[in-house]
Design a protein around this ligand. Structure first.
Ligand code: ADP
Length: 526
């Protein structure tokens, strides 16, 4: 059987009401019957006392005079009371004087001596004894015994009536409780049904009808309010979900479009990459062809030029011998322009070789002190043209570096000749200093400084471009090719170093060639 707390509320209420009613009725019935029982006992004692008093009254003289027969007759009168079972008169010394016993009842055993004054209830009878007094003197005792039939009959009657009333009252209580409990249980059952529906079907539109304004009514209203709030939140969540799903769908669409575009763009890029690769290959091929052509052409051009220079020298010498001085100066001009053309062709050849990666780099130990001495000799001659002073110095302790001596000389010569070319009545200085990493010599810096024309700041980035010459200056007049610095910088890189410039227009320039002490492996392209 299920525990009481798990029973339906309807049953619980019925049990509570019925048990309360039953207890109340039982208490009432017990009180009533108890009271009646005590009252009836008192009645019985009272009646028997009256009988005893009457008997005592009529027996006083008989006891005094010892008239036993009359005493017996007097007691026999009690026969008229069907409930008196026995009676007795005792003398003052306690001896039995006269007695009476009902014939139609089982024989009664009378006490041999008179009991003490008073009464006594036994389960079957009530006995009472009373002193018979004359004045203050006791002349004997009267003893009466009565059955309890009347009282028992009355108690049975009361019990029957009480039981009937009890049952009827319980039935009425049951009927009333079933009517009243519905008022209490119906809203609770409605609430439970609604809660079950909400839990099962998630139907937050469910509402419970409020039928009262008591606590249950408040509970129903609160339940409905709660459902309204849940319904609103549910709707908001649903809307939010829908929005999110829409947004996700849009994002997915955008992603798909984006992926499509990325694929298209990738395909386009791949195609253009292919095209670029093909174009690069073609350009490289044509560049190599151009370089090869230029190299061949340069070579082919230099040979006849050398011949022209040779012949013009021969012609100049014989013109001088014959005294044709006008021819000598013309032939001198021919030689000068031929040399210029020769150096131009040599520069072009160098540049094309570098660009075609065909330049030979031969690493060898270069004694820097010797190099500086050579440079001093050449620089002093070059400086004289512009009435310049030349000096070269080397930091103590710098000995040999491994590099391509020919290319290094070419770079330095170019820088020194430029410095001399663009300086008038000034100073040209070459200094060689060491560069150290943790006290170990890691590189060398050749600094060529002059106090000449200088280069405007805007021109600085361009002077390393091939064929570039600073406009409007004496540059063009000095008859350069615009290839010297371009070749010098490329050669510097080829030797694993760098070439940089700092200059102030009108104040002079400073070129700095940095080289490592050893030619890096990548440069060894012999
Ligand atoms: P160029 O054969 O004209 O000397 P370079 O490439 O050697 O060609 O030089 C490019 C230009 O840079 C020169 O025309 C000149 O204007 C400028 N330049 C180079 N060196 C110096 C210098 N020391 N002082 C001033 N200008 C210089």
């Amino acid at each position: 059987m299920k525990p009481f707390r798990d029973q339906p509320i309807r049953r619980k209420l019925s049990v509570a009401l019925m048990s309360t009613s039953a207890v109340v009725l039982m208490l009432a019935a017990t009180t009533f019957i108890g009271y009646e029982y005590l009252d009836f006992r008192a009645d019985l004692v009272r009646n028997l006392s009256t009988q005893a008093d009457i008997t005592a009254e009529s027996s006083t003289a008989l006891l005094t005079f010892g008239d036993e027969q009359t005493a017996k007759d007097t007691l026999a009168v009690l026969k008229s009371d069907s409930h008196i079972l026995a009676a007795a008169l005792y003398q003052s010394d306690g001896r039995l004087f006269a007695d009476y016993r009902r014939n139609d009842r089982p024989p009664v055993q009378l006490p041999s001596s008179p009991p003490r004054e008073g009464y006594l209830f036994t389960p079957d009878y009530l006995e009472l004894s009373r002193s018979i007094l004359v004045g203050n003197r006791s002349v004997g005792t009267v003893y009466l015994r009565s059955d309890l039939e009347l009282m028992q009959a009355r108690l049975i009657r009361y019990l029957t009536i009480t039981t009937a009333v009890f049952m009827a009252a319980l039935l009425v209580a049951l009927w009333l409780s079933s009517r009243f409990q519905q008022i209490i249980t119906q809203p609770i059952l409605d609430l439970a049904a609604a809660a079950g529906e909400v839990a099962l079907e998630k139907n937050y539109a469910t509402r419970v009808e409020s039928q009262s304004r008591d606590e249950l009514g408040t509970l129903v209203t609160a339940f409905n309010d709660m459902l309204s709030q849940v319904q609103q939140r549910d709707a908001a969540l649903l809307a939010e979900n829908t929005d999110r799903q829409q947004a996700e769908a849009e994002v997915r669409q955008l992603n798909a479009r984006l992926e499509e575009r990325v694929l298209q763009r990738t395909a386009q890029l791949e195609a253009s990459n292919q095209e670029l690769l093909a174009a690069k290959l073609a350009a490289e091929t044509s560049s190599r062809a151009k370089s090869a052509f230029l190299a061949n052409m340069s070579h082919e051009l230099r040979a006849p030029l050398t011949v022209i220079v040779g012949y013009s020298e021969l012609l100049a010498r014989s013109a001088e011998e014959r005294g044709l001085h006008d021819f000598v100066s013309d032939l001198e001009k021919v030689r000068h322009y031929c040399r210029h053309l020769h150096s131009l062709i040599s520069d072009v050849l160098d540049l094309t070789k570098i660009e075609a990666d065909r330049f030979e780099v031969k690493p060898e130990p270069v004694e820097l002190r010797t190099l500086v001495d050579e440079l001093t000799a050449t620089g002093t001659v070059l400086a004289k043209n512009g009435n310049n002073r030349f000096c070269a110095s080397i930091e103590a302790g710098i000995g040999t570096i491994v590099t391509d001596a020919r290319l290094l000389r070419q770079i330095l010569l170019n820088l020194v000749s430029n410095a001399c070319k663009f300086t008038k009545d000034g100073d040209v200085r070459v200094s060689v200093t060491g560069e150290y990493t943790a006290v170990v010599l890691s590189g060398v810096c050749f600094t060529i400084t002059d106090t000449g024309l200088g280069i405007p700041e805007v021109e600085l980035p361009r002077i390393f471009q091939a064929f570039y010459q600073v406009d409007g200056s004496a540059t063009r007049r000095s008859g350069g090719t615009g290839l010297g610095l371009a070749i010098a910088r490329r050669l510097s890189v080829l030797l694993g170093g760098s070439l940089d410039v700092r200059s102030v227009a009108g104040a002079g320039s400073m070129f700095c060639l940095r080289l490592p002490t050893t030619l890096p492996p990548a440069s060894r392209t012999v």
